[in-house]
Design a protein around this ligand. Structure first.
Ligand SMILES: Nc1ncnc2c1ncn2[C@@H]1O[C@H](COP(=O)(O)OP(=O)(O)O)[C@@H](O)[C@H]1O
Ligand SMILES: CC(C)(COP(=O)(O)O)[C@@H](O)C(=O)NCCC(=O)O
Length: 315
């Protein structure tokens, strides 16, 4: 298979959509009707043609990478005379708010679970590691939610390090409904074969901590990183559309942090979402998220209707 171009600056091989989709034929496990049905359950808006053309070959590639890591473990076992503790294979998914990180991660989780070599695939979002609302308020960070300083980075690094060391680890859970970490709840990660870690900040090297000069980064524990990319005009549109659908759905719940927005007219709600984008998510994208893109092993570029138009693979 030939590529359209090699991005010399960043050593990426670039694939157009048809070139990548042609790789589907090499995937030994086509999707069954039942699996298609399950994928449909993740998100009504996902096109199943997109899953087969783009995400199925991607799951095959990831399967090969995981396999190669497992084989390296076998070599180490032969050398050491005992089983090395390799920890799970960690895949990270980065990108802007509303680019579709969580949807991409959920599709990959469903597809990767199908491979017999790694049936247990867990998914964790770094949203849970945002400081609780009370703490964000105390630190005057309510208009900086999603920025590097709004995360409890020590807690996140402790979590990833524990998972990678083969320990059972607990991840806090975030609720988009209450806009806050859920009290007394956590997701137990019990030595899965693969962990998918999804969030704005997974490729960030971030802020300097004067008292922690040699701090590690999340990426130090990640085996394969993906950045989902799109033009900001599309991202803003997807953010506003998602906000409007929440207005018709979860905002109606009296427990919703944005309950007061439920009574806004369509155009008032669109204006509000647009303002939140301009004040918080847009600047965060430009200052902290987009600059991490070229640290990723794979860049998926989306165009209209979330269609992947280009795939760039490092190496
Ligand atoms: N592949 C896709 N096809 C269609 N719609 C999608 C796709 N991925 C995401 N979306 C939609 O885009 C919006 C943002 O997706 P989401 O996964 O919540 O993004 P993120 O986790 O990056 O904030 C949601 O409304 C979601 O339904
Ligand atoms: C929790 C988030 C930081 C991350 O969102 P995600 O990428 O998971 O959609 C974001 O949804 C957020 O709360 N941003 C602050 C501004 C806003 O309310 O959109």
């Amino acid at each position: 298979m030939s590529c359209t171009s090699a991005d010399k600056d960043h050593a990426y091989q670039s694939f157009s959509r048809p070139q990548w989709a042609a790789l589907r034929d090499a995937v030994p496990l086509p999707l069954s009707e039942a699996e298609l049905e399950r994928l449909r359950g993740i998100n009504d808006d996902i096109s199943l043609e997109e899953v087969e053309a783009i995400y199925l070959p991607l799951s095959r590639l990831l399967n090969l990478y995981v396999h190669s890591k497992q084989r390296r473990g076998d070599v180490l076992e032969q050398f050491l005379g005992r089983k090395p503790s390799l920890g799970p294979y960690i895949i990270s998914v980065a990108g802007s708010v509303a680019v579709g990180k969580s949807t991409t991660a959920r599709i990959l989780q469903a597809l990767l679970q199908r491979w017999p070599e790694h049936p247990q695939v867990e998914l964790v979002t770094t949203d849970g590691f945002l400081f609780p609302l009370e703490e964000l308020k105390k630190r005057d960070l309510m208009s900086r939610k999603g920025f590097p300083e709004s995360y409890d980075i020590r807690m996140l690094l402790d979590f990833v390090r524990s998972v990678k060391s083969g320990e059972v680890a607990e991840a806090p859970i975030y609720s988009h409904l209450t806009y806050d970490r859920i009290d007394n709840a956590s997701q137990s990660i019990n030595r899965p074969d693969i962990l998918i870690l999804e969030g704005l900040n997974v490729l960030q090297t971030g802020i300097d901590y004067p008292h922690w000069p040699q701090r590690p980064f999340v990426s130090d524990f990640v085996d394969f990183s993906i950045y989902v990319d799109a033009d900001e005009s599309l991202l803003k549109q997807w953010y506003v559309e998602r906000f409007l659908s929440f207005r018709d759905g979860s905002f109606r719940d009296p427990n919703s942090y944005f309950h007061h927005y439920a009574k806004l007219s369509q155009s008032e709600a669109a204006k509000t979402a647009s303002k939140i984008w301009e004040q918080i998510n847009g600047p965060n994208l430009r200052e902290n998220v987009a600059p991490t893109r070229e640290r990723a092993d794979l860049i998926l570029t989306k165009s209209v209707q979330h269609q992947i138009s280009q795939i760039r693979l490092r190496g």
